[in-house]
Design a protein around this ligand. Sequence first.
Ligand code: GSH
Length: 226
Amino acid sequence: MITTYHLANADGAHFSPHAWRTTMALAHKGLEHESRGVAFTEISTICDGERKIVPTIEDGERVLSDSWAIALHLEDSVTSGRSLFGGEKGKAHALFINNWASFGLQPLLLQIMILELFERLQDRDKVYFRESREKRFGRSLEDHAALADEARQRLPAMLSPLSMTLNSQTWLGGDVPSYADYIALGAFQWVRTSSSFDLPGFAGEKVSAWHDAMLDLHDCLARTNT
Ligand SMILES: N[C@@H](CCC(=O)N[C@@H](CS)C(=O)NCC(=O)O)C(=O)O
């Protein structure tokens, strides 16, 4: 049994976009796994006490952090069953999607929902989140949230590679879901569990249909929010 450490908010929902990539990858590989929700301020106490981020997975004695490193590890070590990438070129293309989501899409989404996400955090995380994010952004959470309207205006262009691709194929993986789909889904799960923003509705019909199909995968795993 593999344990994935995820972030849990005050509703008990698991909301880390990066950890959702890992949860879905484990299910795709058919591996027995459980997702354990922790607070931001608990991450340093999990596993070997040296962890700074989720996702972190614990597989027997082995502990591994970082969603991309975990995906590479799963693809290399679990050779039976379905591939996450469909070969070396698929892996290379998935890295592009990984960086688009992490450094393009997700920062924009955070501008839209940062105050709602903050309100839904466990109380013990609120001081940490405010201080660490205000230091990172160089402004208050409220000033960051003031960029929400501008972020919404920029969002269609950011989403267009996704919607244009889904106009002509069912999944980012082509005929079958691949790790690229799980990367994109992670951002949608983050928004779904942390805010009232209807991102699939905003993104249009094709993305909405893809999102519904993603939520149905692996016995509706992502619908559970945990
Ligand atoms: N490159 C990492 C990024 C992981 C990451 O940023 N995780 C966030 C949660 S989504 C985290 O654990 N942050 C810890 C903190 O802010 O203290 C990955 O892909 O896994």
